[in-house]
Structures are given as C-alpha cells and as structure tokens.
Design a protein around this ligand. Structure first.
Ligand SMILES: [Zn+2]
Ligand SMILES: [Zn+2]
Length: 141
C-alpha cells in the first residue's frame, strides 16, 4: 500500500507513510478519529485533516475502502470486495469473503427484476447481530 501512495498523487511524507502503515495492518475498520488519536503521540504536529484527507485519497485510488455503516466513516485496508458482520453490542466489524457476483446468479436475477437496467459495480452485505464474545457474555451474565 505504501507504493500505492504514489498513485494517489499525494506527496510521500513521513506522516502519510505512518498513516498508511497504521491502516494497512488494521482489520478493525477504524475511523479517521481513531487513527488520528493513535498516531498523534508519534506525530504531535499532525492534523486531523491530514489523516482524513490521506484516507480519502487512498480510497479514491482504490487502495482501501471507506465504509458507511452509520456514524463516522470507517476505513478498510481490504480493497477486495467483501461483506461485513457488525456486532450490535461492541461494534466489532469482521470481514467476510464474498463470491463474485457472477457466481451469484440468483442475486443478479433479483437485481435485474427489481431494477431493470441497473448496472451493478459490486455487492456489499452487512450482517448485523452479536459477535461470539458478546453472545457469551450475554448468556453468562
Ligand atoms: Zn461484540
Ligand atoms: Zn472490511
């Protein structure tokens, strides 16, 4: 993803490299605010706008995704199409692999039936419920 920084047209700075490193290994789908707070101790002069704009540029260049699940936008280093499972209790977001839309003939026919002529770019499902840990705590408590 660091190499991809070039593709965003942004100048490669130490701050931006740190942002990319931070998000590249993060599967928790952090918000810009969370990333900003994590990076601030190492880069006290970094502004929130730098974090936010860098994340936006990475998404625009197809190197990451921006998730809108209600609340603040979340950033996802997994640029391949995938689904998400979201825990109602703790908010944990887990990536779920997805078969390609081509393989999902029934879904494709449903779209064509409901929205004739609609051109599908990608499919993203959100599964809402309770994660295993929260489920355990609920039944234990
Ligand atoms: Zn949970
Ligand atoms: Zn994801």
């Amino acid at each position: 993803m660091l190499e991809g920084l070039k593709a965003t047209g942004l100048k490669r700075t130490a701050q931006r490299e740190a942002i990319v490193r931070e998000i590249a290994g993060d599967l928790t789908h952090p918000t810009a605010q969370e990333l900003y707070e994590r990076l601030r101790p190492s880069f006290p002069s970094m502004s929130f706008a730098t974090v936010y704009n860098t994340l936006g540029a990475l998404s625009a260049a197809g190197l990451s995704r921006t998730l809108h699940l209600g609340g603040a936008a979340r950033f996802d280093p997994n640029a391949a199409p995938h689904h998400h499972a979201v825990c109602d209790v703790c908010g944990a977001i887990t990536d779920l692999p997805t078969a390609s839309l081509e393989a999902d003939g029934a879904a494709r026919r449903a779209v064509e039936g409901a929205a004739p002529g609609f051109s599908v770019r990608e499919v993203e499902h959100v599964y809402r419920g309770t994660c295993a840990r929260c489920e355990r705590e609920a039944t234990a408590g």
